[in-house]
Design a protein around this ligand. Structure first.
Ligand code: P6P
Length: 337
């Protein structure tokens, strides 16, 4: 049950009983993400004012320049999750390996692991374009009370118990699912509370927005090239040509497409033979949200949530959005198989 202007805290408590597994720990975990989102939002919103932007000089495991705000966001989410003593392990885009959280008490009963992209799209920070945080939550599969293992993180996306994102845009929103639909909460910065502003979010079955970096067009698989041409063809009855909108920030493109109807694609290419997006902390959480919002997500052939992970930072091709648009793109991909 939800009502407009309910706070995120009230919503979490009211819907706790519907969580598949939780003795209040998942609620506490979601509340710690809420706190970290507010702290990071405070810094992101003034990025241009303090010397916290610009490359930290370091590079992450992907070999990408690490922006200082990446590092800040990563530290804040890890600190908040660790302090609350709720999770047994954390994996982050900004960390080469997963982090084991040793509980203060000897009978370490924490049963959740969190995978996070602390600041996705961070190359946009210096040009004041919206960025986001993406999180994914699983129950551990190794015995409670033992140190967390890699297999606790390498679970199929269909095993997620919760997933969501924070979009630091014209307003800051936290959008998440625990497997019972998708709900969006907008931060009132004056009082620091998130309010239920977008209950029961759903992708329109059809849409007329396509999001892809067409600069990579010549390197795309033929099926994707054919679908992009389909989007650009004149067909009034099918509302084509579609509109091309690509922000370069997955969370922002996904969020707009979920509200208006659309498709996001990051296919494989010569430069990125496995695609660019990471399966565990970008594609799986967004795919869980997409399916919970009646949308669809795949690599053109296999449902994203069915992919069996083999390594922490693996990448996969990613097509996600309005169900009929994704199925159309898949039909073009499968014709060229
Ligand atoms: P490109 C940001 O780095 C990101 O992971 C997504 O947020 C975004 O959609 C994509 O990569 C942008 O990549 O190669 O088009 O700049």
């Amino acid at each position: 049950m939800s009502r407009k202007n309910q706070t995120l805290g009230e919503f979490i408590i009211e819907n706790q009983s519907s969580f598949k597994y939780s003795s209040g720990e998942l609620s506490s975990l979601l509340n710690s993400i809420r706190l970290a989102a507010k702290v990071v939002n405070h810094e992101v919103n003034k990025a241009g004012l303090v010397d916290i932007i610009g490359a930290a000089g370091d590079t992450n495991i992907q070999g990408e320049d690490q922006q200082k705000l990446d590092v800040y966001a990563n530290d804040k989410f890890i600190q908040t999750l660790t302090k609350r003593n709720i999770v047994c392990g954390i994996a982050s885009e900004e960390e080469d390996d997963f982090i084991t959280i040793n509980s203060q008490d000897e009978n370490h009963q924490n049963k959740y692991v969190v995978l996070i992209d602390p600041l996705d799209g961070s190359s946009n920070i210096d040009v004041n374009v919206s960025v986001g945080t993406i999180f994914s939550i699983y129950r551990r599969v190794t015995p409670v009370g033992t140190p967390v293992q890699l297999e606790d993180f390498l679970q199929k996306g269909s095993e997620q118990v919760a997933a969501g994102y924070v979009v630091y845009g014209t307003s800051t929103m936290l959008v998440y699912t625990t497997g019972d639909g998708v709900n969006g909460f907008t931060l009132n910065p004056a009082i620091g509370s998130f309010y239920l502003s977008h209950p029961a979010m759903e992708f329109p079955e059809d849409g007329s927005i396509y999001s892809v970096n067409e600069g990579n067009y010549i390197h795309f698989p033929q099926g994707i090239k054919n679908y992009i041409k389909f989007c650009q063809e004149e067909n009034e009855s099918e509302n084509r040509p579609y509109t091309s909108r690509y922000i370069g920030s997955l969370v922002s493109d996904f969020h707009r497409n979920m509200i208006k109807g659309g498709i996001y694609m990051y296919p494989q290419s010569l430069k990125n033979p496995e695609g660019k997006l990471r399966l565990l902390y970008e594609c799986n959480p967004m795919a869980f949200l997409a399916e919970q919002a009646k949308g669809k997500s795949s690599d053109g052939f296999t449902r994203t949530l069915d992919v069996v992970p083999t390594e922490l930072h693996q990448r996969i091709p990613f097509i996600c959005g309005s169900k009929n648009m994704v199925e159309k793109a898949e039909s073009f991909m499968q014709k060229e198989k």
